[in-house]
Ligand binder design. Structure first.
Ligand code: GLV
Ligand code: MN
Ligand code: MN
Length: 432
């Protein structure tokens, strides 16, 4: 039996890392950019070499399917994403896609009579770095309604998500209304029916410190946290910095500073919620004027949506009070409000048994990061994730790294899990 080669996965990861590579060692491969397109073209050739039939769906999800099966039609799916944040490392998302291709190749060389087809997917735009919304491709596939305003979100060049999406189809259209309509149709056309996916298994780096702290290489994910994301606009009064007395100011930036510290202290006092004021823009941003307008991007995340929502509510009260005290106007726009999801307990039990069979040390843990698996869990009958320990818990940073031995064990477990899922209903063999 041909086994998947972690060595080839490592080699391909290094090759892929050259697309979008930066002088400081990081990678910037934002969704729907030239670099992203180049990376997809390369990944497509690897999918084809693995014997998969490849097509790109209407929102840009790159899908490779096995051609022959003997049994049922609901697919077993695995994959992740190949777009990146700004100044990223080389493992986030890419590892899960390349590991799935490697497993597909090994499976296509085996003599098993597969009962279910395998589909490997590189989901479009998992990262929010360009248009502020995340897991766009997998949400579209799962038919999850996305905010109406989403398609109008602009990148820092003023290009809308609708335009970027139409560009995937080489549709150029100066009429904004028609472009929005076309983009909506593309989103609609990507939806897969409920239960058309028997199981989805995503392999991903942990991106946090839990596994590394315990010197355990493999994590089995129990649940995936979800964010509320806010755009806050603070309107003050731009004025002369030399002449305006301190008590007569309406300074948008000092109000922003107070708000940033409030987010920090509200979340520091909570058990489960992480709050980050991650983006800021300041107008006019010149040395001799009081700032007149500030925009903040806030990410509030938790696996516990009740606690997260209550912090959001308290934050709203602070915002109201702050606006009065500081003589500014503060507008709040909710960009995303998603619900955390739990992974399938039966699949989790099965993966645990398979890990034990192969002497793979592991533990269960929840994911603080968002993943395509969270979307696909809405339509797949079973959904699970395998985490690989992240060195020093670092991610969304050029220093992101993991041990090759842990990666090899993760791929072995992915192979065993997908094999079991494609051959039989393993879920009947292990009690919940
Ligand atoms: C995905 O990268 C996230 O922001 O959790
Ligand atoms: Mn990421
Ligand atoms: Mn990721």
């Amino acid at each position: 039996m041909l086994m998947p080669s972690s060595h080839r996965v490592m080699q391909r990861l290094r090759t892929l890392a050259k697309i979008g590579a930066e002088a400081n060692g990081g990678i910037t491969r934002l969704a729907f950019t030239r670099q992203d397109e180049q990376a997809r073209a390369l990944v497509q050739t690897w999918m084809e070499e693995a014997g998969l039939q490849v097509h790109t769906d209407s929102v840009g999800n790159l899908c490779g399917r096995t051609t022959t099966t003997h049994g049922q039609q609901a697919v077993v799916m695995s994959g992740s994403h190949i777009d990146s944040v700004r100044h990223a490392g080389y493992l986030d998302g890419t590892l899960g896609v390349l590991a799935a291709i490697e497993v597909a190749d090994a499976m296509n060389h085996s003599k098993h009579k597969w009962q279910r087809p395998l589909e490997v997917v590189a989901f479009a735009m998992e990262e929010s770095s360009r248009f502020q919304c995340y897991a766009f491709g997998s949400k579209a596939m799962a038919g999850i309604p996305q905010a109406d305003t989403l398609l109008g979100n602009c990148d820092d060049q003023g290009i809308t998500l609708a335009a970027a999406l139409c560009n995937v189809h080489h549709q150029k259209n100066d009429n904004e209304t028609q472009q929005l309509q076309q983009a909506r149709q593309h989103i609609q056309a990507a939806i897969r029916p409920q239960n058309s996916i028997h199981a989805f298994v995503e392999l991903h780096i942990e991106q946090g410190p839990v596994l590394a702290a315990e010197n355990i290489g493999i994590g089995l994910v129990t649940a995936i946290a979800a964010p509320i994301r806010l755009n806050i606009t603070i309107h003050g009064m731009q004025n002369h910095s030399g002449t305006t007395p301190m008590h007569l100011r309406s300074d948008a930036l000092t109000a922003a500073a107070a708000l940033i510290l409030t987010v920090e202290s509200l979340c520091a006092n909570s058990l489960d919620v992480r709050g980050t004021v991650a983006t800021i823009s300041n107008e006019p941003n010149i040395i001799n004027a009081i700032p007149g307008m500030v925009q903040l991007g806030i990410d509030l995340r938790s696996g516990n949506s009740t606690e997260r929502n209550s912090i959001h509510q308290v934050l709203g009260q602070h915002i109201k009070r702050m606006a009065e005290q500081r003589h500014v106007r503060i507008k709040q726009q909710v960009i995303t409000q998603d619900e955390p999801v739990t992974m399938s307990p039966a699949l989790l039990n099965n993966m645990e048994a398979l890990a034990n069979n192969s002497n793979i040390r592991h533990r269960r843990l929840a994911s603080g990061a968002g993943h395509d698996a969270a979307s696909i869990s809405r339509i797949a009958t079973h959904c699970g994730m395998i985490f690989i320990a992240s060195k020093d818990g670092i991610s969304h940073h050029p220093k992101e790294s993991s041990n090759e031995t842990d990666i090899a064990q993760g791929i072995e477990l992915l192979h065993a899990t997908l094999t079991a899922l494609r051959l039989r209903d393993i879920l009947h063999h292990v009690n919940d």
